[in-house]
Design a protein around this ligand. Structure first.
Ligand code: 5GP
Length: 242
C-alpha cells in the first residue's frame, strides 16, 4: 500500500490517498499546537507516541465491539485507516470538570461529572469550533437524530472502556475528544485517541499527562508523552485483576 497524494494536512496529522480508494494513510507529524494554532512547536518523536497510543487504543476498542477506522501500522507514526465520510463534529466526553468547561461555566476544576457530560462542537477552524446543540445539529443537517443518538451512545461506551483501562493504570480519564464517520452505512470512530485529544491526570499526584503539559508549560512534553505511552502499553498494576 503506497501513498499517492496528500489529501489533507491538519495541525498535527497528514492524510494521504492510496492506490486503494477505500484506504487512506495517516501520518502523525511531530507538530504540536494549542490555542487555535496560536502556540506551535515541533517535538521530535511526538508523532510516534500519539500514533502508537491511538493504534493501541483503537485495537483495544475493536476488541470491545467498537468499530474504528484503524487497519494497521505501516511504519512508526504512520497508519493505514479505512476511508470515512466524516461528521464535522468534535464529540467531547467529560468525566471531571476541567479546561474550557471550567472557564465557561460555574464548575470548579476537579468536580465529578456523573453521569458524564457530552459536549459536541462544530469542527471548523474558521469558526473556532463553536459548541452545538441537538437542534443546531439537525438544522445544519450535520447528523440525523438516529445518527446523533448512535454517536452519543458510542461515545459513552468508549468512555466506559477507556476509563476502566486507564484507571487500572492509575490514570484518570478527565475528558477526551472523538470524531466519527460513516463507512459502508456503519458509524465508525475516526481521527485519533491520543495524548493530544485526551485530558489525563495521574491518579496519585493529579499531574497532567497530556497536551496540557504543552498548553500551560507544565514540564517536558516528550518525556510525559513517552511515560504515558509506556503506562498505557503496560499490564494493569497489581491488585486490579479480579
Ligand atoms: P477543552 O474543551 O477543555 O479545551 O477540551 C476538552 C477535551 O477535548 C480535551 O481533552 C481536549 O484535548 C479535547 N479537544 C477539544 N478540542 C480539541 C481539538 O480541536 N483537537 C484535539 N486534538 N483535541 C481537542
Amino acid at each position: 500500500m503506497r501513498p499517492i497524494d496528500l489529501l489533507y494536512a491538519g495541525k498535527a496529522k497528514s492524510v494521504y490517498r492510496t492506490d486503494d480508494p477505500d484506504v487512506y494513510i495517516v501520518k502523525f507529524r511531530d507538530d504540536i499546537t494549542a490555542f487555535d494554532g496560536e502556540k506551535k512547536d515541533t517535538l521530535g518523536g511526538k508523532g510516534r507516541y500519539n500514533a502508537e497510543v491511538s493504534s493501541f487504543l483503537f485495537d483495544y476498542l475493536e476488541g470491545h465491539g467498537i468499530a474504528t477506522h484503524y487497519i494497521k501500522t505501516l511504519e512508526p507514526a504512520t497508519i493505514a485507516v479505512r476511508r470515512l465520510e466524516m461528521f464535522p463534529l468534535e464529540v467531547i466526553v467529560r468525566n471531571i470538570a476541567a479546561g474550557s468547561l471550567v472557564r465557561s461555566y460555574p464548575f470548579c476544576e476537579g468536580d465529578l461529572l456523573d453521569p458524564p457530560v457530552i459536549i459536541i462542537d462544530y469542527k471548523s477552524d474558521a469558526l473556532h469550533d463553536p459548541m452545538l446543540n441537538d437542534d443546531l445539529i439537525y438544522a445544519l443537517e450535520l447528523a440525523t437524530p438516529e445518527e446523533l443518538d448512535q454517536i452519543k451512545a458510542m461515545a459513552l461506551a468508549i468512555n466506559e472502556v477507556l476509563q476502566e483501562y486507564l484507571d487500572e493504570r492509575d490514570i484518570i480519564l478527565v475528558d477526551f475528544k472523538l470524531e466519527f464517520g460513516h463507512h459502508d452505512g456503519e458509524i465508525v470512530v475516526g481521527d485519533e485517541i491520543s495524548m493530544d485529544s485526551m485530558r489525563l491526570w495521574d491518579k496519585e499526584t493529579g499531574a497532567s499527562l497530556d497536551k496540557d503539559v504543552y498548553r500551560f508549560d507544565k514540564g517536558d512534553v516528550l518525556e510525559t508523552y513517552a511515560s504515558v505511552a509506556e503506562r498505557i502499553f503496560s499490564p494493569p498494576r497489581r491488585g486490579t485483576l479480579s
